[in-house]
Ligand binder design. Sequence first.
Ligand code: PLP
Length: 434
Amino acid sequence: LSQASGTPAAQARACALPNLWLPYCQMQTAPLPPTVSHTQGTSLFLADGQELTDGVASWWTACHGYNHPHLQQALLAQAGRMPHVMFGGLVHEPARTLAARLADLLPGELERVFFTDSGSVAMEVAAKIALQYHMNKARTGHDPQANQRRRLLSFRGGYHGDTMGMMAVCDPEEGMHALFGPALPSQILADLPTSPEKLVALESLLSTQGHEIAAMLVEPLVQGAGGMVFHPPEVLQTLRRLCDRHGILLVFDEIFTGFGRTGTLFACQQADVVPDIIALSKALTGGMLPLAATVARREIFDAFLSEAPEAALMHGPTFMANPLACAVANASLDLFAREPRLEQVAAISEQLREELAPCRTLPGVRDVRVMGAIGVVELEKLDNAPELGRRFMQEGVWIRPFRNIVYLTPAFTITPEQLRKLTAGLYRVLKAEL
Ligand code: PLP
């Protein structure tokens, strides 16, 4: 970044903020974050009166824009009836309806839904289900060798969450959790088979270690937090084939890609591949409330049915299947059914392709790529992402760069004019600052 962005010492720093401890933030050097007073549509309104057009949709969640009246009504109606009730030994209508609707929308026999309250935990549950599935198979004598399947395989550049279990399956070299590596259980990391050489390497790894692996975890089509890296649908077909051959469960982490972001309702549909387990969160409630779902194929669920209590799934977060969140998720699915969300994603995709293309000619830009409502400008390097973020704010746009990536993942309801404001602001700042 050039000096045009101002000398950091002259600005207030994040650590000047009393009491709060912020995520992913070196608070000594990061600029003081603004306070948001309210949201509306695709805008954030700051306490000082500034309006920012939102290019991030609150970490990729607010697919219908903020404060959508249909979601708000569902929330208020549910709040009047029953804001929360425990899910141990009790069930409720919003969760029953949501589970049925998800099973209906998901491909194949993905039909048993376990609700949690964050993406990381949805993936923890996916991993636990996979591990215990094999234990149950071994216990009943169906597959005595299955007891050896105690490890998880994940892919370089992948990101599945910040909990201890999920940090262990994030990329330890590139990822933000490298520091914790020595404290985590050792799992197996491979390259996605995006070239013949990488496929050979994966096949060879599986031929020696395949029998130890319970599940393969992958973000289909897009590795999000790992750098917005895209891979073709054929890669997922290859993984399905390899998992079938080696008796490994295939887990798709669609926490980012689910609900339209890549152009289809679920990314797996572009590959015509049905995973054994899928994890959903983020846009599940249209970004209004925390909720996540881990959905398993019928055959996986059946392996937990037994007279033996220990064959049951031992997991149960206090706030799982929160009725408010389930009601809002049901309302969000109404909007997917009645409003042209996927058509909106296709139009956003086209506009992003056209309007981000000029960034290719800027010095310091390594790549520009678009998939669905995801537009990515990859830089050669970016030394001070928070400072660049501050420059975007001066342009009236909320864009939050990370590592060497500047990206747009707007709400699907964004107008062409608002999107144009984002792409133009992005271009102007990069042109001035790179
Ligand atoms: N998996 C993927 C693909 C994600 O993008 C994220 C969050 O960005 C997570 C898991 C973790 O979700 P959460 O932050 O809700 O725990």
